[in-house]
Ligand binder design. Structure first.
Ligand code: P6P
Length: 337
C-alpha cells in the first residue's frame, strides 16, 4: 500500500512549500506566492527550451548582453519571463539578473519584501548542442522597511532565505532549499506539476570526481594546481579521481550534489576573481551545498560569508563534498603560512 499511497499521495512543490509555510504561523504566505511565481517561470522556460530546436528560437538574437556575450533568443525570452513573473507576484522589490546591467527596482504599487537574484538561463552557450542548461536563483528579505536600496542585494549569501536551480535536461528538475535541507522535484509534463522525486538530498561526504576546466591549468595558482595534481596522481595509493566537466554550472553542480565530488572554478592569472558570479551562481549553489552537508570555499573564506560590492562581481569557487573541499582549504591555508 505504501507504493500505492506514494503514487496517489503526490507531494508537489506547491504542497511542499505550503507545508514549510505552516511551520511559520506568523507568515502571510508571501514567500509561498513568490516561490509559485518562480516555479511558473521555470515551467515556461522548460517548455521554451524543449521547443527551441523546433521553434528556431536558438541562434543569435543579434544583441549582446552586459557580459558582452552573444545573446541567444532563449536568453532574452527567459529573462523577460522571469522579470514579468517576479514583478507580477507583487512580492518583490529588487531583481538582479545576469542579463541586466542594472538592478530592477519594482514600482511601488507592485512591491513586496523580497529581493531575487537570478541567472535566467545559465550555460546558455550550450543551448545549440543540447547540453543541459538551467535557471539559478537566490532570495533575500529586504534589510529593513522603507525604500529598497542596492545594499539590500549586496548581502552575504548566508542571509539568503532560499536558493535553488531548475535544470532543463532529459527531464526538468528543480532543486530547492528554504533553509531546512535540500529537495529535488521533477516536472511531470502531463500534470504540469513538479513532483518530489529527491527528498532530503545529502551530498556524499567524499567523492570520486573532480570537475574543472583543465584548459585553464597553465594559469592556476599553486594550491589549485597542487590539488588537481593530487586528484590525478594521489600519493597515498588511493585511486585517481575521474574528471567530469560539462561546462554548464547547473549540470556540473547537480551531478556533484547527487554523486559527490568537487566542482572548481578557480581564480587564474587571466581572471583573478575566477569567472562565476557571486550573487546568482556562487551564492545559490553554495547555499544548497551547505544545506546538503557539503561546503563551499572561495580560496580565502567560506563562500556564504562573502559580502559582495557590485551586483555582477565574480569569485573563485570550490564546492561539493565536505572532505574534498576540506582538502583544498588545507592547501590554501598552507599557502598563507
Ligand atoms: P568555461 C557557462 O557559460 C558558465 O557561466 C557556467 O555555466 C559554467 O560553469 C562556466 O561558465 C563554464 O566556463 O570557462 O569552463 O567554459
Amino acid at each position: 500500500h505504501a507504493a500505492e499511497a506514494h503514487r496517489t499521495d503526490l507531494m508537489t512543490i506547491t504542497r511542499y512549500v505550503l507545508n514549510e509555510q505552516s511551520k511559520h504561523p506568523e507568515s502571510r504566505g508571501d514567500f509561498t506566492i513568490l516561490l509559485n511565481h518562480i516555479v511558473l517561470g521555470c515551467k515556461f522556460v522548460c517548455s521554451a527550451v524543449n521547443k527551441a530546436g523546433l521553434a528556431k528560437l536558438i541562434g543569435l538574437a543579434g544583441e549582446t548582453n552586459v557580459q558582452g556575450e552573444e545573446q541567444k533568443k532563449l536568453d532574452v525570452l527567459s529573462n523577460e519571463v522571469f522579470i514579468k513573473a517576479l514583478v507580477s507576484s507583487g512580492r518583490t522589490c529588487i531583481l538582479v539578473s545576469e542579463e541586466d546591467e542594472e538592478a530592477t527596482f519594482v514600482e511601488p504599487s507592485k512591491r513586496g519584501r523580497y529581493c531575487v537574484v537570478f541567472d535566467p538561463l545559465d550555460g546558455s552557450s550550450n543551448i545549440d548542442c543540447g547540453v543541459s542548461i538551467g535557471t539559478i536563483f537566490g532570495i533575500y528579505m529586504i534589510k529593513e522597511g522603507g525604500e529598497p536600496k542596492l545594499e539590500d542585494v549586496l548581502q552575504p549569501g548566508k542571509n539568503m532565505l532560499a536558493a535553488g536551480y531548475c535544470m532543463y535536461g532529459s527531464s526538468c528538475t528543480l532543486v530547492l532549499s528554504t533553509g531546512s535541507g535540500v529537495n529535488g522535484f521533477t516536472l511531470d509534463p502531463s500534470l504540469g506539476e513538479f513532483i518530489l522525486t529527491h527528498p532530503d538530498i545529502k551530498i556524499p561526504k567524499k567523492g570520486k570526481k573532480y570537475s574543472v576546466n583543465e584548459g585553464n591549468a597553465k594559469n592556476w595558482d599553486g594550491p589549485t594546481a597542487k590539488y588537481v595534481e593530487k586528484c590525478k596522481f594521489p600519493k597515498d595509493g588511493s585511486p585517481a579521481k575521474s574528471l567530469r566537466y560539462i561546462g554548464s554550472m547547473v549540470a556540473d553542480v547537480h551531478r556533484t550534489l547527487l554523486y559527490g565530488g568537487i566542482f572548481l572554478y578557480p581564480a587564474d592569472k587571466k581572471s583573478p576573481n575566477g569567472k562565476l558570479r557571486v550573487l546568482y551562481e556562487v551564492f545559490p549553489m553554495s547555499f544548497l551545498m551547505e544545506e546538503a552537508g557539503g561546503q563551499a570555499f572561495t580560496g580565502k573564506q567560506r563562500a556564504l560569508d562573502l559580502v559582495p560590492k557590485q551586483i555582477h562581481e565574480r569569485s573563485p569557487i570550490f564546492l561539493g563534498s565536505y572532505d574534498d573541499v576540506e582538502e583544498i582549504k588545507a592547501l590554501y591555508a598552507a599557502e598563507e603560512q
